[in-house]
Design a binder for this molecule. Structure first.
Ligand SMILES: Nc1ncnc2c1ncn2[C@@H]1O[C@H](COP(=O)(O)OP(=O)(O)OP(=O)(O)O)[C@@H](O)[C@H]1O
Length: 368
């Protein structure tokens, strides 16, 4: 979908999930129609065009990884940063599509496919290039960053307020977002796990997914997912800023019911893979006087983001704590929309328009 090297390329794909068990029992009807032969969906009298439409009568969901994400994985090896965001209403299938849910031990979705593809590629290149892989997994809940891989905290069963909690060692300082003088964003105090095998990376995904906070709202599952991917060159030997662009959509005709309570992600979860490469530039047999002069260092990040449900607080029937969470979630999503609007306008971007990364933790973290 995205050719590495294209300048600030942003693509939006829609994934229409099928009606699931309870919806069928309730006699729910699909409210989205895919326009034949076009990447377009229709809701009532409104048509929306995307780069791709998957599911329903659109392209098969199985094609999503190859068409949208595999080039981002390839781009990582050339030093390109990339971000894949799953955006949509609660129950639309974001977690399912990204693969951050571990229902019945079943592990499908974009992230597991990214991991396999990454390790396959490393396997073919490991004799020429030295690789180092790091993984971090955080969630942003009520504008606080939580480390889902923190070894000093443990999972706790769901509490009365509907949150699967984590017990953190008292006195542990909160995670701070820091920006270095060259603009690189780091998370002070966040666990970065060094991984060498697919199994180790999958274990990080599983551990973090199981630690993620969930709650319940009365939104049901009749919604749709927007999957978005972007890529920007990070260049050789330097990590440049990532640019994400986002098309913010609200499908107001999506219906919901107050009768169905479903577990829902109330946080934005960001699984980040950092790939470092050290390449020898001198050809085999060539004698180098200074080894380090002939090494090329490349570092790139792939952020895989499962956003919190995009519904408006008033629709969720939520109050108190859950309402406040909704306010924070919407603030983060609004900030994301504003950042993407600023970045998406190629002309303004070249003119150096202000990009409001600092308006939320989510946008701050996706800056690089
Ligand atoms: N493409 C799909 N095919 C079949 N079932 C799906 C698909 N996508 C999602 N589902 C099912 O729909 C339900 C809701 O999906 P999921 O939990 O991924 O939604 P979500 O958008 O992540 O919701 P939340 O914002 O609450 O986390 C789950 O039971 C999931 O198994």
């Amino acid at each position: 979908m995205v050719e590495a090297g294209e300048d600030c390329c942003v693509k939006v794909a829609v994934h229409v999930r099928p009606l699931i068990g309870e919806e069928k029992v309730q006699g729910c009807k699909d409210c989205v129609t895919v326009v034949s032969g076009k990447p377009q969906v229709q809701i009532g009298a409104h048509s929306f065009t995307f780069d791709h439409v998957y599911g329903s009568t659109g392209s098969p969901s199985s094609a999503m990884f190859d068409e949208c994400v595999v080039s981002l994985v390839d781009g990582l090896f050339q030093g390109y940063n990339a971000t894949v965001l799953a955006y949509g209403q609660t129950g639309s299938g974001k977690t399912y599509t990204m693969g951050t849910g571990f229902k019945d031990g079943c592990q499908e979705g974009i992230i597991p496919l990214v991991m396999s593809s990454l390790f396959n590629k490393i396997d073919t290149l490991k004799h020429q290039i030295e690789f180092q892989l790091h993984v971090s997994f955080i969630e942003i809940l009520k504008e606080e960053v939580r480390d889902l891989l923190d070894p000093s905290s443990m999972n706790k069963p769901e509490t009365a307020n509907g949150h699967a909690g984590k017990v953190t060692i008292p006195g542990k300082p909160p995670i701070q977002i820091r920006e270095s003088s060259n603009g690189v964003i780091t998370l002070a105090g966040c666990t970065e796990v060094s991984v060498t095998t697919l199994k180790e990376m999958a274990a990080c995904l599983e551990q973090g997914s199981l630690s993620r906070a969930t709650g319940s709202t009365n939104m049901n599952n009749q919604s749709r997912i927007y999957l978005l991917a972007s890529v920007q060159p990070s260049g050789l030997k330097v990590v440049h800023r990532n640019v994400v662009t986002f098309i913010f959509l609200e499908f107001s005709s999506i219906t919901y019911s107050s009768s169905v309570m479903c577990p829902t992600s109330r946080s934005h979860a960001i699984f980040t893979i950092t790939l470092e490469q050290m390449r020898k530039l001198n050809s085999p047999g060539e004698i180098s006087l200074n080894d380090t002069m002939n090494e090329e260092y490349l570092c790139a990040k792939l952020h895989l983001v499962d956003l919190a449900g995009s519904e408006r607080a008033k629709r969720t029937g939520s109050d108190g704590l859950r309402f406040k969470e909704g306010v924070h979630i919407n603030k983060g999503l609004l900030a994301l929309g504003n950042v993407i609007s600023a970045l998406g306008d190629e002309k303004k971007r070249k003119e150096g328009v202000h990009v409001p990364y600092r308006d939320s933790k989510l946008t701050r973290l996706l800056q690089v």
